[in-house]
Design a protein around this ligand. Structure first.
Ligand SMILES: NC(=O)c1ccc[n+]([C@@H]2O[C@H](COP(=O)([O-])OP(=O)(O)OC[C@H]3O[C@@H](n4cnc5c(N)ncnc54)[C@H](OP(=O)(O)O)[C@@H]3O)[C@@H](O)[C@H]2O)c1
Length: 348
């Protein structure tokens, strides 16, 4: 297959490009700079020059390809420090998904998008806990997101299954780890530890982050583009729940600084414009055993019959998105044991 990748020059996109080429596919990689173009050419991909803003380039290339993987994201805008930067980056991502979907409508071709398991933290009370103190259940691929930053993109993507696009959304673990990652969550946390002189965890650090190796994540994208059923939600998770304290301690050992619990107020904030990390707190939960794969591969698939439809323009939807943003703001500053839970079904 000839696969068009946005973000092919990035951490995960580069690994995916190599994986697809090794599996006998062709890769068309979007490159917005000479450096990105050189990286893609060195990998053996065909370079498509353009920025995410170049909708005409995106749609023409999508139409010429046999499938599309959308990994690029305007992190620079999201983390620019502008008050609406985060929301604008998410809205822009939604526009890209819609444009790619429009280009592929009726074709039956695969379109694989990108989300994150962190978004499930925003579901909070929707993940169970009928009584105060009761354990919450882990989020799974069956859980849909009501809306909000990045969730709107996922919902729009899944809804495109009804328009003849074989869509799937890969929800990545916050920790996508390997020596290929230079500015994801973990490198950001390492930089913060070095700058602050200690490696922080929130509260007792018992909140959990799932993790996946970059090359396993890349393989999941390849399997998704090759055979995920339309309307799939796939969790890019290998280690389903690593206590954040263990992550902080490992970072502390590597950086030569102590690991230390911090109250949410004292938790160091990521530097503006240079990090996508945050110290979101969750309730530790062990996820249920992996379910059988519907793709014959490791990921599990959510039922497309439960998939919400794209909701972006109606007033009630805008209100819902505002509410979701508010939930996400709270989740970024809440303390450990706040009831938020994003531990996930092991799927990789
Ligand atoms: N890394 C993680 O731990 C993690 C966790 C959860 C979710 N994710 C998501 O996974 C996706 C890929 O992450 P990553 O770690 O591979 O990110 P990355 O290394 O920062 O790569 C981002 C890619 O997007 C491209 N890009 C950014 N803005 C662009 C624009 N305006 N026009 C064209 N291309 C643009 C970059 O191009 P340049 O090479 O020119 O910069 C690069 O190829 C993102 O959506 C990210 O949010 C990542």
């Amino acid at each position: 297959m000839k696969i068009f990748i946005t973000g092919a020059s990035g951490h995960i996109g580069g690994a995916l490009t190599a994986d697809l080429l090794a599996a006998g596919h062709q890769v068309l990689g979007l490159a917005r700079s000479d450096a990105a173009a050189a990286r893609l050419a060195a990998l053996g991909a065909e370079v498509v020059r353009g920025d995410l803003d170049a909708t005409d380039v995106l749609t023409a290339t999508a139409k010429a390809a046999d499938g599309v993987v959308h990994l690029a994201y305007k992190h620079e805008l999201a983390l620019s420090g502008a008050p609406d930067g985060f929301a604008r980056a998410a809205d822009f991502d939604l526009q890209v998904v819609e444009a790619l979907g429009e280009a592929l409508a009726g074709s039956g071709k695969p379109l694989v998008g990108t989300g994150g398991t962190l978004l499930l933290a925003g579901l909070g009370a929707h993940l169970g806990a009928p009584a105060a103190g009761a354990p919450r259940r882990p989020g799974t691929e069956e859980d849909t997101l009501p809306g909000g930053p990045r969730a709107d993109s996922e919902n729009a993507l899944v809804a495109l299954a009804d328009r003849g696009v074989r869509t799937s959304s890969v929800r990545l673990s916050p920790t996508v780890h390997s020596d290929l990652d230079h500015h994801g969550f973990i490198p950001s946390l390492i930089a913060m530890a070095r700058r602050n002189g200690f490696s922080a965890y929130v509260g007792d650090g018992s909140n959990r982050w799932p993790a996946v190796h970059t090359r396993d994540a890349a393989r999941l994208y390849r399997l998704a583009v090759e055979r995920a059923p339309a309307g799939s939600r796939l969790h890019g998770v290998a280690d389903e729940g690593v206590p954040f304290r263990a992550i902080a301690e490992a970072i502390g050992r590597g950086a030569g600084v102590p690991a230390r619990g911090a109250s949410p107020r004292r938790t160091p904030r990521p530097p503006s414009g240079s990090s996508r990390g945050s110290s979101r707190s969750t309730t530790p939960r062990r996820a249920p055993a992996p379910r059988p794969s519907s793709t014959g591969t490791r990921p599990t698939r959510a039922s497309s019959t439960t998939s919400p439809r794209a909701t972006t323009s109606r007033p009630e939807d805008r209100a819902q998105r505002a509410r979701q943003r508010s939930i996400m703001r709270r989740s970024r500053t809440s303390s450990s044991g706040s009831g938020l839970d994003f531990s996930c079904t092991s799927a990789a």
